[in-house]
Design a protein around this ligand. Structure first.
Ligand SMILES: Nc1ncnc2c1ncn2[C@@H]1O[C@H](COP(=O)(O)OP(=O)(O)OP(=O)(O)O)[C@@H](O)[C@H]1O
Length: 576
């Protein structure tokens, strides 16, 4: 309930629109009640031959007026309440993104992408019942209840206890029973559908690899089991809805008959007894949405809980409330850094000391798992060190504005991260206002211009889901071009020439040197196993088990006969 109240409070900005929807819903319900009651009165009075000419005229005119008002009010209410609800949902989606963004990629890596998608889409959609139904349904029920009480008190007071008693029973007990029955299957439906989406996303994104490894049948079986679970929960919800629907369809005529009988027994003439019965019937109609809200309670509550859990997850680095002033220099330093990934049993970085002064070119090498990529993740403030400090321009990174930190660092990561979009869209992630000439310059530097010109639509060619329609080497060059386009003073490159042929690698090394030479303040940290790129660096370090074990100019390290020389026995000839 606390979660639901929290999400209701998020719609504060839409309160006047929600209030307008509620007022129109109340007016529509009262009009419906008046229409039914008057119709009952006119029909019964005319049938009994007691209706006076004046009464018939008033009754007939009133009926026509109410019959016209009812659809107009209903339409206006739907427009107002849907408008308010959609605005609230749009705001809620932004809230979810705001909650998720600081978690990326650190704590968010624990969440499967399909599950995250389910939160942003299905869970947010499940809350529409909260915004769409909550206020309008309650307002309509309350207004109709008061109107019916007044009408019956004035016309057929004997029917009052029966009609109101039965209504309150229907409007309170049935929704409560529906909420109770839907709680467990509703929660299961939300969790199972999120799981099914996560399995489906994994299947789609990794289908080729899964097929190649013969693991597709296993993932399909998991998807199948999640879907069966989801359908089972949905069936339970439908069965519960049918049960409550059947009770509701009995309750309507029952209130009608009870209202009529009680009024008649109290001495009311047939026309007023009919009025009482039909007023009860119209009143009962407002109980239906209450029961529907009860049916959705389980799903709405679970979705709200899942969204709140996302916002309650602590980011790897909390943004400084008052960030330290942006430092003047771009020196990057790791001082005694120790870091263990959440849930891991051994540290990825263990006493790392490393400096990348402004204008320097540092190559980082070492065996797989030595911690090379992890140091980049800490530099980008994706994670905070457990001990020691990462400093930019002398200031600890967590004290700085994360946006400022990331604007000074450009990354071409080990995994060529491309979005499903065009070449231009992928490049402009680095600089949204870049013109075409700037895009081509960056592509030329990364030796990617030739292949992009040969694509069917050049810059506007769609490169597929995660760049799936271009080769691994082409993807790598696009990511490098994107890092150049960003034009940040510190360039972080993680295996930039992996998967490229020797000529392209040599071209890239040359253009990288030109780019770095163009501004003496530009610095680069290059993680690589390729002698061609190592030769670009003023200094190289060898990492082992999360720390630096050797540091020096590549030529000197090669001559020293230590770890570097063991990794690159033919360095001198290969670096040429
Ligand atoms: N997200 C993660 N969660 C848990 N452990 C991780 C995670 N990422 C990396 N590790 C672990 O941290 C250690 C260092 O990994 P890292 O990726 O930094 O090594 P690396 O030197 O870049 O290796 P490679 O050259 O293979 O990329 C490894 O033992 C790895 O298994």
């Amino acid at each position: 309930m606390k979660d639901l109240l929290f999400f209701l409070s998020l719609a504060r900005q839409d309160r006047w629109r929600l209030a307008l929807g509620a007022a129109l819903a109340a007016a529509s319900a009262v009009t419906g009640l008046a229409l039914m009651a008057l119709a009952g009165w006119v029909a019964a009075a005319a049938g009994a031959g007691t209706v006076l000419v004046m009464g018939a005229l008033i009754g007939g005119g009133g009926l026509r007026l109410l019959a016209l008002m009812r659809p107009v009010l209903r339409y206006s209410e739907r427009m107002a309440s849907h408008d308010a609800a959609f605005r609230a949902l749009a705001r809620l989606r932004l809230w979810v993104f705001d909650a998720a963004a600081p978690l990326a990629p650190g704590p968010l890596t624990a969440l499967r992408s399909g599950d995250l998608l389910a939160r942003v889409t299905r869970d947010v959609d499940a809350l529409d019942a909260l915004y769409m139904r909550m206020t309008t349904t309650l307002a309509a029920a309350l207004a109709a209840l008061i109107a019916a009480a007044v009408l019956l008190a004035l016309t057929a007071p004997a029917a009052l206890p029966a009609v109101l008693g039965l209504y309150i029973l229907t409007a309170l007990v049935l929704p409560a029973a529906a909420a109770r029955c839907s709680a467990a299957p509703g929660a299961r439906a939300v969790s199972a559908s999120a799981l099914a989406r996560a399995e489906a996303a994994d299947l789609v994104s990794g289908l080729a690899d899964l097929k190649a490894g013969g693991a597709d049948a296993r993932v399909i079986a998991r998807l199948d089991s999640a879907s069966v679970n989801w359908v089972g929960a949905q069936r339970q919800l439908n069965a519960s809805a049918r049960r409550h629907g059947a009770i509701l369809s009995l309750a309507g005529p029952l209130i009608l008959i009870a209202g009529f009988a009680a009024a008649h027994a109290g001495g009311a003439p047939p026309a007023l007894a009919a009025l009482a019965g039909f007023a009860g019937f119209a009143l009962f109609e407002t109980a239906l949405p209450l029961v529907q809200a009860g049916e959705q309670y389980g799903q709405t509550r679970t979705a709200a809980g899942r969204l709140r859990a996302l916002s309650a997850t602590a980011p790897a680095i909390a943004s400084a409330v008052r960030p330290a002033p942006a430092p003047a220099s771009h020196d990057l330093a790791f001082e005694g850094v120790r870091f263990t990934y959440p849930g891991a049993d051994k540290p990825a970085l263990n006493g790392l000391d490393l400096t990348l002064p402004e204008g320097a070119r540092l190559a980082v090498t070492g065996a797989s798992g030595a911690g090379k990529s992890s140091l980049i993740r800490l530099a980008l403030a994706f994670y905070a060190p457990d001990a020691g400090a990462v400093r930019l321009g002398g200031a600890p990174v967590p004290t700085l504005d994360p946006g400022d930190v990331r604007s000074r660092l450009a990354l071409a990561g080990q995994r060529a991260e491309l979005l499903s979009g065009t070449v231009a869209e992928n490049l402009r992630l680095a600089r949204p206002d870049a013109n075409e000439a700037a895009l081509w310059d960056a592509l030329a530097l990364a030796r990617a211009d030739k292949f992009v010109r040969e694509l069917p639509d050049g810059l506007d060619t769609w490169i597929g889901e995660q760049g799936g329609l271009i080769s691994g080497g082409q993807a790598r060059r696009l990511v490098l071009a994107r890092a150049y386009l960003r034009d940040a003073p510190v360039l972080l490159l993680d295996e930039p020439s992996e998967g490229l042929d020797a000529d392209t690698e040599a071209d890239i090394a040359e253009s990288l040197a030109v780019w770095l030479d163009a501004d003496p303040r530009r610095s680069a940290l290059i993680i690589t196993h390729r002698p061609r790129l190592l030769a670009l660096a003023h200094e190289a370090v060898v990492m082992e088990e999360g720390r630096v074990i050797e540091r020096g100019a590549p030529e000197a390290l090669s001559a020293r006969g230590g770890a570097f020389a063991r990794l690159f026995p033919d360095y001198s000839s290969e670096a040429l």
